[in-house]
Design a protein around this ligand. Sequence first.
Ligand SMILES: [Zn+2]
Length: 111
Amino acid sequence: MNDEHRAKRSNEKMTTIRTTCTRCGDVELTTADIGLELVAHGATGSYRFECPFCGVVQRRPANERVVSILLATGVTYEVVSTAGPITEEEISVFAKALDQDGWFSELVSQG
Ligand SMILES: [Zn+2]
């Protein structure tokens, strides 16, 4: 009787994603089990999943390849700000932004 759930299933290919639980070893997940978190610039991030066997929520880094695979399988994702140390690339981007005219006066005019 759960029409919403049934409709969702029928629209999705059931893709199996293999990963590893630190307790259980190899586990197989579906896209619905995984949440992807992309850092602000988009190409990398991390994903989290709840192990279907022991129920422990785990988080793994996702490189560009993993991110593209997970996105292709249709996992839900959110963009988060970078939590790690700032890279030199980010510093240079920030420095360039500072060199551009207008940002400071915009901040001031906002009050
Ligand atoms: Zn487990």
